[in-house]
Design a protein around this ligand. Structure first.
Ligand code: GLC
Length: 1000
């Protein structure tokens, strides 16, 4: 299928601004009028006025300079760009470049084609060209990196208030290949006008640049981009950048008094050249030494023509150019801004509607006033979020509906549900998670209730239950196709039985998470049935398409999610229409552009919360917003929607958590995690790293990636796991991989991994199955070699597999985040191929690691001394028990050490009271960690080995057994908690002892 479309290039702007409220509105309107599609504006200095002005433009993405931004900088700055990080607190240039780097990624993920970097005191001026014609022309000529000349404004009088609109005279730029190319007349004129030094005719040697958004583009300072192709200089006839150094005395004063004593360096280097720099430096010194007056003098002497100067000859000679149409090019603000209603109109309107609602639903005045008071602050916060998603009146209706749902839910809530003392429960060292399918684990709700003892025996006190809601008969993606969010699947039990189960779990101190499947419903959900029956209102709940052209346009940049099942948009024969079905044909994607969908889903979420669920796994969130011409993943609106849901959920149940299930690269995962968005996040990178390290016996990728991608905001935490109910997805950060292996292609990295776990031709110990194109299914034990070793009666192979399994769990339990055990892993359960006999399941290999639990058989395996099941079980229990005793395991902070060490993963976790050293050997051979290496990381002295319960001296080399690991603790009270440990006997296999973990 030919998917090439001729369309106008979509061009974005990135700019870093300070408190420029007076001019920013014009800057935005002017560029939008030219046809720029989006502006990424980084507000470097807080300014509420600027924020307010920009908030109404849906085309503007405003990013504030805060802790989150610093984190995003550090995520995006790899390789040589890391040098910008320490400079970022000192120099605006460093911040600008980091912002440019960030904007490259943001613009790319929005499907934009070009990015122009300019400053807020600059304008892009295309002369007579249209924006589209210019960029199309560049594309046709194969130019992807273009630098524009800078035309400096010539201010003609004092007292200019609106520089972009009042100044029309500009000096043309004559700088070519480092020399000025004035003709004889021009040169003569310049000699006559000593107030015009030649350097004023380039001011900046070059203006700013635009770049085509290829994957490989990077920045090269703030004036250039770096791409595969050379920079093309756009000369005389092309667009130019218009620049105002300072348009008025007030401008010079505002700018240089604010900048204060900035350094003589620029990007860490001395400011070279005598061009712009010397004016900057003079202005800085004037501000410091002489203040306002000195700056006013400087402005008059250096930037204004002497009084009485006749500019006509300068214009005639082509030294100057007059551009009188700048102001006229900018269309009025009303043409672009969303018709958002001001907060002081919206909030009272919503409040009145809510009061009426409450009174009409039987609430008395006092109760109504109480509840309403609790909404006011929340409304202030939600209004801008809502307005960015849905303009004008729509947002008022939506807010009213959302708050009605919230207030109703608050009135119905049973206080017993708020049993967790605070939101910190998820970060506690004592919290250990498990995940299971109710039917496969215990038959139904009642069955699970009877098995709670078992969970407690393992140490599980956080349980993620796979979907239990009503689902279509037959194929239903393990319940991820939901037919009704408020009814449970009859085969599992009634909703009351489910409630009873939740109460029982709560009584046993077990917090519960369930899925909030918000991306799609089953095709037999009432909304879907009504849509299929032709009800227009419900057709708006989904994404229907009538023509293939539009479908192809939407799919042009989409990477299919389940490619084996076809494209993300599929043709529905019964309806004769196209439908967005990201996962399976029977899972219809919801259309969040319709605010009614958001309101209805929020209603469902609050209903579920009131059942007594403590955390919600937001299923498949990168997919919830689609935008033509983009990958339709990780769009900015996804974050707004998650923020909205999370906010309302926490208004109802303050200690609840939202878990992001974003199985994407860490750069994107991190964007979902924020105090106001998801507070817990699936950590697919960790499991990808573990399995990669195991397959290569090389921990460098793991160390490198986890060193870069483990930090999260303090209030948030990871959900760390070895394996889960889904496939193994290789969600590495590709830029970080390239940084580590600059010479190697990514295909060379990924191919061996796939080959290893798919084990074609028996090349490895693993027994994995292909899932979709690049992914792997399989149980932890089978992937770690146990299945093959048992089959081949390979005693040593069994030993190695057990060690591998334990090693992976030991890392996950200690590395930070809330660990989650996929139930069955604790008994080293193998792949179960019986799914192949079930036609509903046979095409989805993930079922290979979703077996029915055979309690009798498992009991037998467990009681067989030395069996892999029994060994893994007892060791894991022991590890969990140790974790639950030591506060150092709480939270997620992590420092990866010795990142170049091939066999070993070494990491340190620190609090004011304790330090934990985590070491894992990912090779089948013994490995040594030299004392010297440790000393380089500041580690030495005496530690406590938490497993062995004895001291460990790190002033000498440390020897690790094949696939061995260490949890070492340094703190004064370590001894006391260790002495409390029960003596757990770890049975061994035959006469082989588990030398790597001699705990008795
Ligand atoms: C999530 C689930 C997965 C399911 C998909 C669609 O990724 O974990 O099992 O297939 O969403 O709901």
């Amino acid at each position: 299928m030919n998917q090439a479309f001729t369309r106008q290039p979509q061009v974005a702007i990135v700019t870093t601004i300070a408190d420029v409220a007076s001019s920013i509105d014009f800057f935005v309107r002017y560029h939008l009028s030219l046809g720029f599609k989006r502006l990424f504006i980084f507000l470097d200095v807080p300014c509420t006025q600027t924020q307010a002005l920009l908030a109404d433009y849906p085309q503007v993405t405003l990013i504030l300079r805060d802790e989150l931004l610093s984190q995003r900088w550090s995520d995006v700055a790899s390789g040589e760009y890391r040098r910008l990080l320490p400079l970022s607190s000192l120099e605006v240039m460093a911040r600008q470049e980091l912002n440019m780097l960030l904007a490259l990624g943001m613009a790319r993920s929005e499907g934009l084609d070009w990015l122009l970097h300019i400053d807020s005191d600059e304008l892009f001026y295309p002369h007579d060209l249209t924006l589209g014609a210019h960029f199309l022309d560049l594309e046709r000529r194969g130019i992807g990196n273009v630098s524009y000349l800078n035309y400096e404004a010539q201010v003609e009088r004092e007292g200019v208030e609106h520089p972009f609109q009042e100044v029309s005279l500009f000096k043309r730029n004559f700088f070519r290949n480092n020399i000025w190319v004035f003709n004889a007349t021009q040169r003569e004129l310049l000699q006559q006008h000593s107030w015009l030094p030649p350097q004023f005719f380039n001011f900046y040697q070059n203006g700013k640049s635009a770049v085509r958004l290829d994957k490989t583009v990077q920045t090269n300072g703030v004036h250039f981009f770096k791409s595969a192709k050379d920079v093309h200089f756009c000369l005389n006839r092309g667009p130019v950048i218009l620049h105002f150094t300072c348009a008025s005395v007030a401008d010079v004063q505002q700018k240089y008094l604010r900048l204060g004593n900035f350094p003589d360096t620029w990007n860490g280097l001395p400011r070279t050249g005598k061009l712009i720099s010397d004016f900057h430096i003079q202005a800085r010194d004037a501000a410091l030494l002489g203040g306002d007056l000195a700056l006013a003098r400087l402005f008059r002497e250096r930037l204004l023509p002497p009084p009485g100067t006749d500019l006509a000859p300068l214009l005639d000679a082509g030294l100057f150019i007059r551009l009188p149409d700048i102001a006229a090019r900018a269309k009025p603000r009303e043409q672009f801004v969303q018709q958002t209603l001001p907060a002081d109109t919206v909030i009272p309107r919503v409040m009145i509607a809510l009061r009426q609602h409450m009174i009409s639903t039987g609430c008395n005045e006092a109760e109504a006033s109480n509840l309403l008071a609790s909404c006011r602050d929340s409304l202030q916060l939600m209004l801008p979020v809502c307005a960015r998603l849905y303009p004008g009146e729509q947002s008022i209706h939506l807010l009213t509906r959302c708050y009605q749902a919230l207030l109703d839910a608050k009135r119905q809530r049973d206080p017993a549900l708020d049993w967790l003392p605070d939101a910190n429960w998820a970060a506690s060292h004592s919290r250990v998670g498990g995940c299971l399918y109710i039917d496969r684990f215990a038959g139904n709700f009642q069955g699970l209730q009877r098995r709670v003892e078992y969970l407690s025996r393992v140490g599980i006190n956080f349980l993620y239950l796979m979907p239990m809601f009503k689902r279509p008969p037959g194929a239903n993606d393990g319940g991820f196709a939901i037919s009704d969010y408020r009814e449970t699947a009859p085969e599992l039990g009634s909703i009351d039985e489910f409630r009873a189960l939740l109460t029982h779990l709560r009584q046993h101190g077990i917090a519960v998470a369930v899925d909030f499947v918000l991306n799609h419903t089953a095709d037999d959900h009432p909304w879907a049935l009504r849509a299929a029956a032709g009800e227009a209102e419900f057709q708006e709940y989904y994404h229907f398409f009538d023509d293939e052209g539009t479908v192809r346009e939407y799919l042009s940049k989409v990477i299919d999610t389940f490619p084996d099942q076809g494209h993300d948009i599929t043709y529905n024969n019964d309806l004769g229409r196209w439908l967005w079905t990201t996962f399976n044909r029977f899972q219809w994607d919801l259309n969040y552009e319709n605010p009614a969908v958001l309101a209805a889903m929020l209603d469902n979420l609050l209903f579920l919360s009131n059942l007594g669920i403590d955390a919600f796994r937001f299923d498949a969130i990168p997919h919830i917003w689609k935008r033509k011409g983009t990958p339709c993943k990780n769009q900015p609106e996804c974050h707004l929607i998650v923020e909205l849901f999370s906010h309302f959920l926490r208004q109802l149940a303050p200690h609840s958590h939202v878990i992001s299930e974003a199985i994407v690269a860490p750069e994107q995962v991190k964007q979902f995690v924020h105090r106001d968005r998801a507070s817990l996040a699936y950590r697919p990178l960790l499991s990808a790293c573990l399995w990669q390290a195991l397959s290569t016996a090389d921990t460098r990728v793991m160390s490198h990636q986890l060193a870069r991608w483990s930090a999260l905001p303090a209030e948030c935490n990871w959900l760390s796991y070895v394996n889960c109910h889904d496939d193994l997805h290789w969600t590495f950060s590709d830029p970080s991989l390239r940084e580590l292996f600059p010479e190697q292609s990514l295909a060379d990295f990924y191919q061996p991994l796939l080959a290893f776990y798919r084990n074609k031709g028996d090349v490895s110990f693993a027994r994995g199955l292909p899932f979709q194109q690049y992914r792997i299914s399989g149980s932890t034990a089978s992937l770690a070699g146990l299945e093959k070793a048992l089959e081949q009666h390979d005693v040593e192979g069994v030993e190695r597999s057990v060690r591998r399994i334990v090693l992976l769990h030991a890392i996950v339990l200690a590395i930070g985040g809330l660990p989650m055990l996929y139930m069955g892993d604790e008994l080293a359960s193998l792949n179960d191929y019986s799914y192949r006999q079930d036609p509903e399941l046979a095409t989805d290999s993930r079922w290979v690691h979703r077996p029915y639990k055979d309690w009798a058989l498992d009991e037998q395996r467990l009681s067989t001394v030395g069996s892999p099941a029994s060994r893994v079980f007892h060791i894991l229990r022991r590890l969990i028990a140790i974790r639950q005793q030591q506060p150092i395991f709480a939270g997620h902070q992590l420092r990866v050490l010795c990142t170049e060490h091939v066999p070993l993963f070494v990491a340190l976790r620190e609090t004011a009271q304790q330090r934990l050293l985590l070491i894992g050997n990912f090779t089948p051979d013994s490995a040594r960690l030299s004392q010297q290496q440790l000393r380089l990381s500041g580690i030495g002295g005496q530690w406590q080995d938490l497993l062995l319960g004895c001291p460990c001296h790190l002033d000498q080399d440390l020897q690790l057994e094949p696939y061995g690991f260490r949890w070492l603790l340094s703190q004064s009270t370590a001894e006391s908690s260790l002495t409390k440990r029960g003596s757990v006997h770890i049975p061994t296999h035959g006469d082989r002892s588990i030398t790597f973990m001699p705990i008795t």
